[in-house]
Design a protein around this ligand. Structure first.
Ligand code: PMP
Length: 318
C-alpha cells in the first residue's frame, strides 16, 4: 500500500507543509477527473539520490496535458527543476514522486475551462507496490473489466479519470485475493495491469502489447525494451491473446511503482515453473543496477538530486 507521509508539497512555486496542501471542493478536476499526472521514482546511488528518467516523465505529462487541452503554465525545464527541488526538500530515498497538473479553482460545468491549470508535486517514501512477493512472483487474475477504447478515453494520456477503470479492476482482483489484475482490450487481447505494462517471454523472446491494445506507453516498459534488446533478446510488440499469456515461459509486469514484478500465477494457471524465469531475472538484474547507478551505459537515465535543499529560482507562471 502506498504511504502518504511526506514533508513538503510543491504547489505552484511554493513548498507547502504536507498537511496544508489543499484544493477547493468545487475544483474542476475533482468533479470531472481532468488531471494529468506522473509517477516517478528516485533511488539511492553511490553518488546520492537520483531520479529515474525524469525528462521522459515530464514529456509524457505535457503530452497528457496537451490531449486534455490543459495549457501548462510551466516549461518542461521548470517542471523538472521543481521536481528536483521537491525531492530535495523531502529527502526520502527510495522515493515516489507524484507531479499532477490539475484545475483546482472552483469551476463547475464540464466544459468550463476558465480556471487556472496548477501544478503540485509530492515526494513520499516508496514501497513495493505489489507487496512482499514483488520479486519472487505475484498472482494476478484476468479482470472482468476491460480497458476503455482509446477513441473514448485515450490510454496514451496518464489522466486521473483513467484510473476509475484501474480502480474497478484493482479492487476486484484484491477482493478475490490476487495481487493484481490483468485487463484486456476491447478486442479481448491482453492490455496491461492497473498500473503496469505486461511482458511475456517465449523461447527467449519478449512480447508486449502495443498502443493499439489501449495501453499507457510506460517509461519502465521502454526501459525494459532497451535493456532486453541490449542483452540480446528480441523484443516484439504485438496483440497477445490470453492463451499465449497463460502458456508463456515467463510473464512480468513493468511500472514505476511496481518496478519489475514477475507473475507466477494467472487465475488458476501457474506460469512457467511458478518462479521468476531466467530472462525475467536477467532483465530485473540489469534494471535494478541501472536505477541504483551501477550501469554507466545508462547513466543518462538518472538525474542527480542535491543533498541539501537548495535555493531554486521560482518559475513565474506564464
Ligand atoms: N499502465 C498504467 C495504466 C499505469 O498507470 C502505469 C504506471 N504509470 C504503467 C502502465 C507503467 O508506466 P510507467 O512505467 O511509466 O510507470
Amino acid at each position: 500500500m502506498m504511504s502518504t507521509e511526506g514533508k513538503k508539497i510543491w504547489m505552484d512555486g511554493e513548498l507547502v507543509d504536507f498537511a496544508n496542501a489543499r484544493v477547493h471542493v468545487l475544483s474542476h478536476s475533482l468533479h470531472y477527473g481532468v488531471g494529468v499526472f506522473e509517477g516517478i521514482r528516485a533511488y539511492p546511488t553511490s553518488k546520492g539520490t537520483m531520479i529515474f528518467r525524469l525528462a521522459d516523465h515530464v514529456r509524457r505529462m505535457l503530452s497528457s496535458a496537451h490531449i486534455y487541452r490543459m495549457v501548462c503554465p510551466y516549461t518542461a525545464e521548470e517542471i523538472a527543476r521543481a521536481i528536483v527541488e521537491t525531492q530535495a526538500a523531502n529527502d526520502f530515498s527510495p522515493s515516489y514522486i507524484r507531479p499532477i497538473l490539475y484545475r483546482g479553482d472552483p469551476a463547475l460545468g464540464v466544459k468550463n475551462l476558465k480556471g487556472r491549470v496548477s501544478l503540485a508535486i509530492a515526494a513520499i517514501p516508496a514501497k513495493k507496490y505489489l507487496g512482499a512477493n514483488s520479486e519472487t512472483g505475484v498472482r494476478a487474475k484476468i479482470s472482468p473489466f476491460r480497458k476503455p477504447q482509446s477513441d473514448s478515453i485515450p490510454s496514451f494520456a496518464k489522466a486521473s479519470g483513467n484510473y476509475l477503470n484501474s480502480y474497478l479492476a484493482g479492487i476486484d482482483a484484491a477482493e478475490d485475493g490476487y495481487e493484481e489484475a490483468i485487463l484486456l482490450d476491447h478486442r479481448g487481447f491482453v492490455a496491461e495491469g492497473t498500473g503496469e505494462n505486461i511482458f511475456l517471454v517465449r523461447e527467449n523472446r519478449l512480447y508486449t502489447p502495443g498502443l493499439e491494445s489501449d495501453i499507457l506507453l510506460g517509461v519502465t516498459r521502454r526501459s525494459v525494451q532497451e535493456i532486453a534488446s541490449d542483452l540480446g533478446y528480441p523484443v516484439i510488440e504485438k496483440p497477445i491473446s490470453v492463451n499465449e499469456l497463460l502458456t508463456a515461459d515467463e510473464v512480468f509486469f513493468s511500472g514505476t511503482y511496481a518496478e519489475i514484478a514477475p507473475v507466477r500465477e494467472i487465475g488458476h494457471s501457474s506460469i512457467g515453473q511458478g518462479t521468476p524465469g531466467p530472462v525475467t531475472k536477467a532483465v530485473m538484474n540489469v534494471f535494478y543496477r541501472v536505477v541504483h547507478g551501477e550501469e554507466p551505459k545508462y547513466a543518462s537515465w538518472l538525474t542527480p538530486v542535491p543533498t541539501a535543499p537548495r535555493a531554486v529560482a521560482r518559475p513565474a507562471r506564464r
